[in-house]
Design a protein around this ligand. Sequence first.
Ligand SMILES: NC(=O)c1ccc[n+]([C@@H]2O[C@H](COP(=O)([O-])OP(=O)(O)OC[C@H]3O[C@@H](n4cnc5c(N)ncnc54)[C@H](O)[C@@H]3O)[C@@H](O)[C@H]2O)c1
Length: 480
Amino acid sequence: MRVTVIGTGYVGTVTGACLAYLGHRVTCVDTDPAKIEKLRLGEPPIYEPGLEELIAAAAERGGIDFETDLAAPVRESDVVFIAVGTPPLPSGEANLAYLESAARGIGAAMDGSRFRVIVNKSTVPVGSGNLVETLVREGVQESHPDISDAVAFGVASNPEFLREGSAIHDSLYPDRIVVGAEDSSTVEIMRELYRPLMEQNFSDPSFAPRPEAMQPVAMVATTITSAEMIKYSANAFLALKIGFANEIANICERVGADVTEVMTGIGLDRRIGSGFLNAGIGWGGSCFGKDISSLLHTAAEYGYHARILEASLAVNKIQRGVVIQKLQEKLYILKGRTVALLGLAFKPNTDDLRDAPSLQIAEKLIQMGVRVRAYDPVAMSACREQHPDLRICYCDDALSAAEHADALVLVTEWPEFAGLNLKQLAGRMNNAVLIDGRNLFQPETAREAGFNYTGIGKATQRSNGNGWQNAKAAAALDGK
Ligand SMILES: NC(=O)c1ccc[n+]([C@@H]2O[C@H](COP(=O)([O-])OP(=O)(O)OC[C@H]3O[C@@H](n4cnc5c(N)ncnc54)[C@H](O)[C@@H]3O)[C@@H](O)[C@H]2O)c1
């Protein structure tokens, strides 16, 4: 099929490359000429393992090209994906300006030569399917009112569930494909588009091998509104699971239990499942916070106060403050100290810094008079570029970051950090304090290497407090 994907960010680039790999002819469009320039040279605009190889393979298979203007590709396409950003407004509501501009542009470009499906892949609030239909129709009427009745199209909601860092694997071997649509022609076209994925009959790329237990993939066909709700509910639930593990971790610290043992114990219950139960310093990234806020906003618009969602955001905010609190417990005075951060990206295998805990921690420490050093395997140039005012001393590796530091904070659990020589690391520091924000290291190993070690929700760091920690952690970040 002929496909256009609008937006070449984390979702659009991966979606376009995967569809071309499956044999479709794809054009990816972005308004950012720098991104398109890079993509034309075969360089992904983001760090995502395997993406460069996938783009090369996609070019050989279905074919993929990159444009800044959507008009010509849209006219030639059977399916047009909208994968633009939907960042949060200060009110928590999703900013639909990019989506609206893309939808109008699609309308203006369409003609009556074929039936097209316009697919919302961006995460958008309930009702956005309707909005897109209206905007496309308005775009058609404004640009060529004479033929507007002859322009036929369907709208689908096809939420994306990929995880940055394993986006290619998730896109080629999904758990399910959700398609919301109101008419059968649209559903059929989407079924045709995704048939190779559903049947899993494509040859798997060497850089993303098919899992042995892979089964055919089900398409869940729903109404547009249900599909929109599925995406928000999935993210809200995943964030809730992490938040739950963090809340239990905070209780574990007080009662003398170990959260890793507790989560293993409950995760083996099939009704609960073991995924997303790792306690740490809180989730980040471009999706969870924005999507929960957007769902809260939608609920409020319909007169419902979504208390669990609200609590989920609050628990995460408290968790971000835990690092500062633990540093204060270990070092007492922070002013004038040097703290080294291992990891800046919001999670491993990505350079994405959106809502990354590292930024909030670094900002707060700097504000408190701390010298901050940092090392991240891929996200340092993005951090320098996107946060030029953040006075971080960027280091070449973990060892240089630890040099003369008073404490080391493991912020992102990059696999390479698991293999660090802890003894050598501790030997470089003024004070061998290690705050393991992701419970990456074995406490005993870290202690044997000479570290004064603290993880999250671990018995040995039993507090002497009486419930003041949570309030103190939240206040630490609020600057109260
Ligand atoms: N990043 C993820 O892990 C992820 C996962 C699932 C769903 N989503 C959702 O997918 C959507 C896209 O997310 P992302 O992380 O890829 O965003 P992104 O910010 O990385 O990319 C969006 C791209 O859209 C481009 N753009 C904006 N307006 C445009 C227009 N009118 N025409 C053409 N291009 C335009 C921007 O230049 C940018 O390159 C969001 O709604 C997000 O919530 C993201």
